[in-house]
Ligand binder design. Structure first.
Ligand code: XIL
Length: 407
């Protein structure tokens, strides 16, 4: 059995004395950051120097767009016309860091997909079966069959496992909402959950998205959530990192969010939160940028975002990259033009990541290898956001990744 909110190994109330942290546990922090929020540099690493200057990166991005344009000008303007070498090497064999993909347990029943995963990537992120929605049952017990299956597949294929995600504002299971607090306090149940999940994969998980999407949608302050209401807007976040570190002394503990390339304000709040966690002594050791982007994103935005995130000196995870055709704002662009831009966006993302110092390249994860498996298909069946087509053949986006990764 996998334990429960009521019975996992946390010693009741232990955090109250032994883990007292400098921010003063229990003090409710406002959701908006104070104007004088500390601005610290991550002390454990030396100041970052990027391999390329911003100017060089954007010039390369423009050149890539130009070469994609030249390719698309050679034939009918659709993705298939963008040439993809027949002998394209697997992504994981050319990249000097881990390339990953998300996966669901049911994908492992599809031999074509599991073969494609094993050939192309060296790291797996469970797409949803390591979230509370799957693990926490109504009676507070835990269920680990699907995530264990994914973890076993990763082990069998020599792949790393990325834990996703321990705490997410979007999920507050009924077992937490209706917790029997005569049996266990809310904070102890929260810590029990983190101990049980992160502890189960200790030694295998290379990293955890400890808190997912902590910053408010508009970038002003932090999300409201059950966790924030019960444990404090800042304190529940800091407590999650401290508890994850107890459960797994080795894994990189990441803060993961989205729209960081589109919204400078949200990015600034994200970085301030990271700095504040570090200043409080919380063991934040990596930053994740989801990168659910659209094909018409302005060139340079991704490069700027990755460079700014890297300024704290922490390892960076491109954690959920996909490039939607149908989410593009510009409805005047033809599908062929969107496909061409999609290729350029994959190229820019890969080049910006390659420009990081090697020690800051945590991993580069695709949120779906094949178009047909993408979560965005549920939103719009005509989307095709992945680097491989429905049949698992590499699209021009995969070729752009390979080209950038082996540069
Ligand atoms: C999505 C999955 O892809 C879907 O299958 C699931 O139903 C909902 O979540 N940001 C995240 C991911 O951090 O966990 C989300 O994944 C996509 C957005």
């Amino acid at each position: 059995m996998g334990g429960s909110l009521y019975s996992s190994p946390v010693k009741r109330g232990r955090w109250r004395d032994a883990d007292t942290h400098r921010d003063g546990w229990g003090v409710q922090t406002p959701t908006a950051l104070p104007p004088d929020a500390p601005s610290v540099r991550y002390a454990a690493t030396s100041p970052v120097t990027l391999r390329s200057t911003g100017e060089e990166i954007s010039r390369r991005a423009v050149l890539t767009s130009a070469s994609a344009l030249a390719l698309s000008a050679c034939g009918p303007r659709d993705a298939q016309s963008q040439s993809v070498p027949a002998d394209l090497p697997p992504l994981k064999t050319v990249a000097p860091f881990r390339v990953g993909a998300c996966v669901q347990a049911l994908h492992l029943d599809d031999p074509a997909l599991s073969a494609l995963l094993a050939r192309q990537v060296g790291q797996l992120t469970p797409e949803w079966e390591m979230k509370m929605e799957y693990i926490v049952q109504p009676d507070g017990s835990f269920r680990f069959d699907a995530p264990d299956r994914i973890a076993a597949f990763a082990r069998a294929h020599g792949m790393a496992l990325l834990g996703h995600t321990l705490v997410w504002y979007a999920q507050s299971p009924p077992a937490f909402e209706r917790l029997d607090e005569s049996r266990i306090g809310f904070a102890d149940a929260y810590r029990n959950y983190i101990h049980a999940v992160a502890g189960r994969y200790r030694g295998q998980a290379v990293g955890w998205d400890v808190v997912n999407e902590a910053v408010a949608e508009d970038g002003a302050g932090w999300r409201d959530s059950l966790w924030a209401q019960r444990l404090g807007a800042f304190d529940h976040i800091a407590l999650a990192y401290r508890t994850a570190r107890e459960a797994d002394p080795q894994a990189t503990l990441l803060l993961n969010d989205y729209n960081l390339e589109y919204m400078p304000k949200k990015r600034a709040t994200f970085l301030k939160l990271a700095e504040r966690l570090l200043a409080s002594g919380a063991p934040l050791t990596g930053l994740g940028t989801q990168m659910h982007v659209a094909a018409d994103i302005a060139p340079g935005k991704i490069t700027t975002m990755i460079r700014e995130l890297a300024s704290l000196g922490l390892p960076i995870h491109v954690s959920e990259l996909d490039v939607s055709l149908t989410r593009a704002d510009n409805k005047l662009l033809s599908r062929g033009e969107l496909q061409r831009r999609q290729t350029a966006v994959y190229a820019e993302a890969a080049e910006a990541f390659m420009a990081l110092p090697p020690r800051q390249r945590f991993a580069f994860t695709l949120w779906g290898l094949r178009d047909r498996d993408s979560w965005l298909k549920k939103e719009n069946a005509s989307d095709a956001p992945a680097p491989f087509d429905d049949a698992g053949r590499p699209k021009a986006g995969a070729a752009a990744l390979v080209e950038a990764f082996r540069a």
